[in-house]
Write a protein that binds this ligand. Structure first.
Ligand SMILES: CC(C)(COP(=O)(O)OP(=O)(O)OC[C@H]1O[C@@H](n2cnc3c(N)ncnc32)[C@H](O)[C@@H]1OP(=O)(O)O)[C@@H](O)C(=O)NCCC(=O)NCCS
Length: 155
């Protein structure tokens, strides 16, 4: 299994994995916008035949003011069911975080997760050290609340 930066030609495979794994789906324009704007911080996991089995899609958030430090945001991450619990999501997140830090000098990273998503919460909180910043009520289209999570990246 290989982890590498996502390229434009991977976007269809990333979108297909997203459709299989999550109810939050996006137009190809959205995927392309991320790949073209922040090409270094989204990553894919591919199998030995080059098929996309996981991805992380990330961006650099707009700064609210000049004092607001540069920070990254993870829009979406997923791994195909038969490739889970192999450490791929952990590696994808670490690769993205490291690129946010080294390329953009980002000092923290944020994301949203469903309160009920035990696997993702285990990944973010227990493996990667994210903390819950706040609860965003009815964040998702079906009315579920989100945890807004944050990880400070130190040198
Ligand atoms: C969440 C998801 C991306 C994790 O992918 P993964 O490649 O299986 O995760 P990893 O193997 O890297 O696991 C890293 C850690 O996350 C936690 N974790 C992963 N799956 C878990 C599960 N089912 N239950 C509890 N903890 C889990 C564990 O702490 C794990 O470390 P360990 O295996 O040493 O115990 C995957 O389950 C997935 O694609 N789910 C559907 C899409 C989704 O929910 N995305 C997140 C949206 S916010």
């Amino acid at each position: 299994m290989n982890i590498r930066p996502a390229r434009v030609e991977d976007l269809a495979g990333m979108q297909a994995a997203n459709l299989q794994n999550l109810p939050e789906n996006y137009s190809m324009k959205f995927w392309l916008y991320h790949a073209m704007t922040w090409p270094q911080i989204s990553f894919v996991a591919e199998d030995h035949k080059g098929r996309i089995v996981g991805y992380v899609l990330a961006k650099i958030d707009d700064q609210e003011s000049s004092e607001d430090p540069v920070h990254g945001h993870v829009n979406s991450i997923s791994v195909l069911r038969s490739f889970r619990r192999l450490g791929l999501a952990n590696k994808l997140m670490l690769a993205s975080q490291e690129a946010m830090r080294s390329v953009y000098k980002a000092t923290y990273v944020t994301l949203h997760v469903r309160k009920s998503n035990k696997a993702a919460l285990g990944l973010y909180r227990d493996s990667l050290g994210f903390k819950v910043d706040k609860v965003e009520e009815k964040y998702y289209a079906d009315g579920e609340d989100a945890y807004s999570m944050r990880l400070t990246m130190t040198d």
